[in-house]
Design a protein around this ligand. Structure first.
Ligand code: ZN
Length: 181
């Protein structure tokens, strides 16, 4: 039995007591969350979100890619959200490699260097600042006034807000350094 089979058993139990039929499509809280895919981030639990409350967009690192902007455009323009929450976290895998090294490794194995960026970053707080800057620079998003970014501490469950106005340093922050090893 695969892990997927086990999870399908879980779904049968979930569906047996399901009572959320009729939940509207537009998120009730008017919020879109962009978060890392890390398995330790239980985004709904971290923010106290219920079914129907928010859009949750996830990828490796929770980085702002063109495809994340695509989802945010639909979230804002078609489904009425006007706030964005960004969540990176301590001990993120994206802190542990560089794009160039992994792309070289992939090329050595496959003969093809990926055309896409892996978007690794050396500092979670700085990457949150860059993410906010990318969003603010996007002409496709009508609502860019309420964007806040956080680093989630996987050791305590606490969200630490990132000061978006601080200069990008490129340095490893104390927060990350103290928990990444
Ligand atoms: Zn991560």
């Amino acid at each position: 039995m695969s892990a997927t089979d086990d999870l399908l058993d879980n779904n049968a139990a979930y569906a047996a007591s399901f009572n959320r039929a009729g939940t509207p499509t537009p998120p009730a809280r008017g919020v879109a969350v962009v978060a890392c895919m890390d398995a330790r981030l239980h985004v709904s639990a971290i923010l106290g979100l219920e079914v129907g409350d928010a859009h949750i967009i996830r990828n490796a690192g929770g980085v702002i890619t063109d495809d994340v902007i695509r989802s945010l455009v639909i979230s804002q323009r078609l489904l009425g959200t006007d706030e964005i929450i960004l969540i990176h976290h301590t001990e993120c895998g994206m802190l542990t490699f560089t794009d160039d090294a992994v792309k070289a490794q992939i090329k050595a194995e496959t003969g093809i260097r990926p055309a896409f960026a892996l978007e690794a970053f050396p500092d979670a707080e700085d990457d949150i600042r860059q993410s906010i800057a990318r969003l603010k620079a996007s002409p496709f998003l009508p609502h860019r006034d309420h964007i806040r970014g956080f680093v989630y501490d996987v050791g305590t469950g606490v969200l630490h807000e990132v000061d978006a106005d601080r200069e990008l340093t490129g340095a490893t922050s104390g927060l990350i350094e103290s928990t990444a090893h």
